[in-house]
Design a protein around this ligand. Structure first.
Ligand code: TMP
Length: 265
């Protein structure tokens, strides 16, 4: 919900805006080859047909994604992430985004369940990787490796690298969340080409947060992810806070909801 009497966060307008997506804005970074990734409070679903501003979501996703990407970097899984700058922004390396959404699934849910008629919650015989072509006009259609190579979105070698990265990220994330009582049902990641001189590496890009994962509380089955918004369940910020709290990164002193007006007698 938006509050007309409370101004929305205004990004620094002197910076050059490179790209604005549904949930994030990219600004020119302080040094060549860097960008600033700004997390908005906007939540969208069904290709933005459903849209709401959810106070505090951007701050939580910035923090959770920072935590995940820092751990990935520390494990030697390359990412675009450099460091978090403030509540809503992080410094990242500029990469050439590969126009694919890479989805890894461990348990049936969402579009897999509806497309193939598999009941939500069914454990999959193995982790399944799917590719979707990142194109809002076309509603991000699912594509095969044949489409990806025929249309030049990525080479066969790059697809191998992307799949190897996706499996490593899945193994890491599944273990991370299992350790705090959360089942990683599925997630979406994006990748980019990072150029260092003549050398190019594929790295994990964008964000990894409850916006891009399905996270179910193991004890109760409660959904702790963006399905709360997609399915009108409410309690999205509380669920994201719960994920942050379990990961040990919720700063109780700095509540993500702006401190509201205090009643003065
Ligand atoms: P799906 O079941 O709707 O295909 O979603 C699979 C996973 O990908 C789920 O964790 C949500 C995530 N996802 C995104 O991050 N962005 C999207 O645009 C879509 C459709 C899914």
């Amino acid at each position: 919900m938006d509050f007309p009497n409370r101004p929305r966060y205004i990004p620094m307008n002197r910076r050059r805006r490179i790209y604005e997506g549904k949930a994030k804005i990219l600004y020119e970074g302080p040094e060549p080859g860097t960008l600033i990734q700004h997390f908005k409070d906007d939540a969208t679903a069904f290709n933005a047909k459903k849209h709401e501003v959810i106070d505090g979501k951007g701050v939580l996703n910035n923090r959770i994604s920072e935590y995940v990407f820092t751990q990935l970097n520390n494990m030697g899984i390359p990412t675009h992430f450099i460091r978090r700058m403030n509540m809503r922004e992080q410094l990242i390396r500029e990469v050439e985004i590969i126009p694919l959404e890479v989805v890894v699934r461990n348990v049936a849910a969402g579009s897999l369940s509806s497309r193939l008629g598999i009941e939500e919650g069914t454990q999959l015989p193995r982790s399944i990787i799917e590719f979707y072509y990142k194109n809002d006009q076309l509603n991000d259609p699912m594509v095969s490796e044949e489409h990806i190579t025929a249309f030049g979105w990525a080479s066969p070698q790059e697809i191998d690298d992307i799949m190897a990265l996706a499996i490593r990220v899945n193994d890491f994330l599944a273990g991370l969340f299992l350790g705090v009582g959360i089942k990683l049902v599925d997630f979406k990641m994006e990748t980019g080409r990072l150029w260092e001189g003549d050398m190019m590496r594929i790295v994990v890009a964008d964000e990894i947060s409850p916006d891009s994962c399905r996270l179910w509380d193991i004890a109760t089955g409660n959904k702790l992810d963006k399905d709360r918004f997609r399915r009108d369940m409410g309690g999205l910020v509380e669920s994201y806070q719960e994920v942050a709290r379990r990961l040990g990164i919720l700063n109780e002193q700095e509540p993500p909801r702006g401190a509201g007006p205090t009643l003065v007698k």
